[in-house]
Design a protein around this ligand. Structure first.
Ligand code: GTR
Length: 325
């Protein structure tokens, strides 16, 4: 009887342990440079809600917004090291690491946001996403980042000539440095968090970004001239640490991938609304928007393509992207 009781107790403990192991929460920590409420931050939160619901509470996502975990270049390294599980970043800062991301960082590679969607939602997008795997990351989904244009504290920009000799901050990638040089201006690669004070103190004349970043990072307070030249349409990407991914069961991996995919439509919806709202906000606060003829800007990009589109893989990606109607 005594033995029976002991056996039953032992069984109860192991059942409890198994259940505990099964019910154990998986917490995925996610990084974003943008403030709370920004479309990318909200989209990853939404993905977290979907995951929680679909895993019956086992998997949760915690979003650390406002660069709480660091600037993008650093968080990319921390994600590769598995310290951060998820990271929502621009494709730009990946240029030195993941060669496939270079093609979407070429100026005027996309004719429009619709063209970018078609490309990224199809085979080419899938090929680029799989390029992250060799670098300790799993590419989960693309988000919208709209079009990026130049803004500055000095004067309205109506032509390429107006940019001559000016100093602009760019994301940390050699392609963007050469892009600015091709326009006759000077590029200063800096982390996002240093842009406001660098413009304010006159270390640089301006930067380049979409309306929601220009507005939410308050660059619009210190650089009132925004010129809609739309030289870059760089998608945002959501990546996961390969080591965090490998810890998940195949079923949970599928849940994560699907929730990420399902957050894309939500992000696009939030993005469209925020782009319009941000533009209105900065205009109301006194920003002057000019709309220069884009063709001379496009024509000036020849040297950037000549220098950076050299290997066959990139050449074929450029051709494939251009062929998408
Ligand atoms: C934003 C982008 C960020 C960051 C930033 C920058 O548009 O969403 O991920 O790359 O630009 O310019 O550093």
């Amino acid at each position: 009887m005594n033995l029976m009781r002991k056996l039953t107790a032992a069984l109860a403990v192991s059942v409890a342990l198994c259940t505990a192991a099964y019910a154990q929460d998986i917490l995925l920590r996610s990084s974003d440079t943008h403030p709370d409420g920004y479309p990318t931050v909200e989209a990853v939160k939404y993905m977290g809600e979907l995951l929680k619901e679909r895993s019956a509470g086992r998997i949760a996502v915690e979003v650390y917004h406002s660069a709480q975990l660091g600037e993008e270049k650093d968080t990319i390294e921390q994600t590769r090291a598995g310290v951060i599980d998820l990271n929502r970043v621009s494709m730009g800062p990946f240029n030195g690491l993941v060669p496939e991301t270079r093609v979407v960082s070429l100026p005027y590679i996309f004719r429009s946001v619709e063209h970018m969607h078609k490309v990224m939602d199809g085979d080419i997008g899938a090929d680029i996403l799989s390029g992250f795997e060799a670098h300790g990351l799993v590419g989960l989904a693309y988000y919208d980042g709209g079009a990026r244009s130049f803004y500055n504290r000095e004067k309205p920009i109506n032509s390429v000539e107006d940019l001559k000799g000016m100093k602009f901050r760019v994301m940390q990638s050699d392609i963007f440095v050469d892009m600015v040089a091709a326009l006759g201006a000077n590029a200063v690669p800096l982390p996002y968090g240093e842009v406001y004070s660098s413009i304010e103190t006159g270390v640089i004349d301006g930067a380049e970004n979409n309306f929601p970043s220009y507005e939410s990072a308050k660059h619009s307070e210190v650089a009132k001239h925004y010129s809609l030249d739309e030289h870059l349409i760089v998608p945002e990407v959501l990546v996961m640490a390969k080591s965090s991914w490998d810890k998940l069961s195949a079923d949970d991996q599928a849940l994560v991938k699907q929730a990420a995919r399902d957050s894309v439509a939500k992000q696009r919806e939030l993005w469209a609304a925020r782009e319009e709202a941000s533009r209105k906000m900065v205009e109301d606060a006194g920003s002057q928007i000019t709309t220069p003829d884009k063709q001379p800007f496009i024509d000036a990009m020849g040297p950037v393509y000549e220098k950076h589109v050299t290997d066959d893989k990139l050449k074929s990606l450029v051709e494939r992207i251009r062929a998408v109607q």
